[in-house]
Design a protein. Structure first.
Length: 277
C-alpha cells in the first residue's frame, strides 16, 4: 500500500513538466489526481504551452501507475472555471487531501522590448503565477476544511522566490515578484489553517529540465545575462539542471504523513543555489 493510498490530489499545470511528474509520483504513492492545464498558448510567453494531447498523455501515465485521474482544461487565471473543474473532481472522487499550485510561466527575454510588451509580460506572469496560485488555494481550502482530515498545500515557487534575480524587464521582474509573493501566500495560509492540521509549504527549485528552462528564449536570456550567466547563476553541486522527478520527491515527502508537522517552510530543492547566491 502506498503512503498516499486513498488520498486525492489537485494539481495545476499538470499536462507536462513538473506538474506531470508530480501527478505520476503521487499516483505511484497511491493517490488519485484531479488535474488541470490551460492547453492553450499565452501571447506574451516566449514558448508554447502544453497541449490537450499532452494532458491526455499525463492521464495515461497516471493510470499506468495504478491511479485514477480526472483531467480537464482550465486556466488558473479564471477563478470560476478553475473552481468548477476542482468541484467536479471532488464530486467524482469524494474528497480532497492534497493541493499542488504548480502552474507557472517565465517570460524572460534578452532582446529589447517595447514598454507595451513589458507591461503585457508583467501582467501575464503575475496573473498566472501569483493570482493563479491564490485562485487555486481559494478554490481548494473549503474542500480541505469540509473533509476535516487535515491536508497539505504546496505552492511551487523558485530560487527566484528567495533571491533577487531575473533581470530588469517586465517578465523577469514579474517572475521574481510572483515567486516572492507566493511565499507570502504560503506563510499566511500556514498560520490560518494550522489549527485544522492543514499544512502549507513552498518548494523552491533551481533550474529544472522542462520547457520553461530549456526553451530558446530562456536559454538566450541566460547566455546573455551579466557575466555571461556567470558563476552566480550556476549550482554549487555538479548538476546543471534538476529533473522534474527531483522536485516531485520533495513534494511527495511534504504531502505525506512523514511531513505531518512540516508547515510554513520554504523548501529549497536547488543543489545549494540559494545558499551560495
Amino acid at each position: 500500500m502506498g503512503s498516499l493510498e486513498g488520498k486525492v490530489a489537485f494539481i495545476t499545470g499538470v499536462a507536462r513538466g513538473q506538474g506531470r511528474s508530480h501527478a505520476v509520483r503521487l499516483a505511484a504513492d497511491g493517490a488519485d489526481v484531479i488535474g488541470v492545464d490551460i492547453c492553450a498558448d499565452i501571447g506574451s510567453n516566449g514558448y508554447p504551452m502544453a497541449s490537450r494531447d499532452e494532458l491526455e498523455e499525463t492521464i495515461a501515465l497516471v493510470e499506468a501507475q495504478g491511479g485514477k485521474m480526472l483531467g480537464s482544461v482550465a486556466d488558473v487565471r479564471d477563478y470560476h472555471s478553475l473552481k468548477a473543474a476542482l468541484d467536479a473532481g471532488v464530486e467524482h472522487f469524494g474528497r480532497l487531501d492534497i493541493v499542488l499550485a504548480n502552474a507557472g510561466i517565465a517570460t524572460m527575454a534578452f532582446r529589447e522590448l517595447t514598454i507595451e510588451e513589458e507591461l503585457e509580460q508583467w501582467t501575464d506572469v503575475l496573473d498566472v503565477n501569483l493570482v493563479g496560485a491564490f485562485h487555486t488555494a481559494k478554490a481548494a481550502v473549503p474542500h480541505l476544511l469540509a473533509g476535516n482530515r487535515g491536508g497539505s498545500i504546496v505552492f511551487t515557487s523558485s530560487t527566484a522566490g528567495l533571491k533577487g534575480f531575473g533581470g530588469t524587464q517586465g517578465g523577469g521582474l514579474a517572475y521574481a515578484a510572483s515567486k516572492h509573493g507566493i511565499v507570502g501566500l504560503m506563510r499566511t495560509f500556514a498560520n490560518a489553517l494550522a489549527a485544522q492540521s492543514i499544512r502549507v509549504n513552498t518548494v523552491h527549485p533551481t533550474a529544472v529540465n522542462t520547457m520553461m528552462a530549456t526553451n530558446p528564449q530562456m536559454q538566450d536570456f541566460l547566455k546573455n545575462f551579466p557575466d555571461g550567466g556567470g558563476p552566480h547563476l550556476q549550482n554549487p553541486m555538479p548538476v546543471g539542471m534538476l529533473e522534474p522527478e527531483d522536485v516531485s520527491a520533495a513534494i511527495a515527502y511534504l504531502v505525506s504523513d512523514e511531513g505531518r508537522y512540516v508547515s510554513g517552510v520554504t523548501f529549497p530543492v536547488d543543489a545549494g543555489f540559494c545558499n551560495k547566491l
